[in-house]
Design a protein around this ligand. Sequence first.
Ligand code: HEC
Length: 132
Amino acid sequence: MHSTIRRLSFSVLLVSALALPLGAARADGDPVKGEKFFRQVCAQCHIPLPGDPLAAPKLNGIIGRPIAAKEDYRYSDAFMARKAEGMIWTEENLVAFVRDPRDFIPGTVMQFVGVKRGSARANLIAYLKSIQ
Ligand code: HEC
């Protein structure tokens, strides 16, 4: 019952996202759920704690940061090309990347299929904001 309502309201949000700025549709992300999801799905590669092994670039402070900004991480050529273009990790870019990394940045070495569920992406963004 509850999940039906959630799914319904999400499709309403999807429709309104066509007309509204994307930020409005994602305002309700839950950072606690986002952290749980991050730990299950992203943390195996991205560990946003100082001193941990560098499997992937750390993501604290990611929102508003230029792409490929971590000096101690060697990014793919695809990422370096976006950096040269001046790409910034806005919320919109993050959502698009997390939805389908290799579609948004062909040639990325991030071996990850993407987060297809919109609410999970919203929660993730809310979590990433909380570790700015
Ligand atoms: C299998 C390992 C792996 C998983 C799982 C993974 N990533 Fe990544 N991620 C990477 C690698 C490697 C890069 C660097 C990509 C490149 O250089 O092409 C990266 C890059 C990124 C960047 C850009 C960082 C920067 O400094 O520009 C973001 C944002 C990101 N990942 C978010 C996520 C999120 C959110 C998740 C979970 C939904 C996730 N990743 C899951 C390996 C992973």
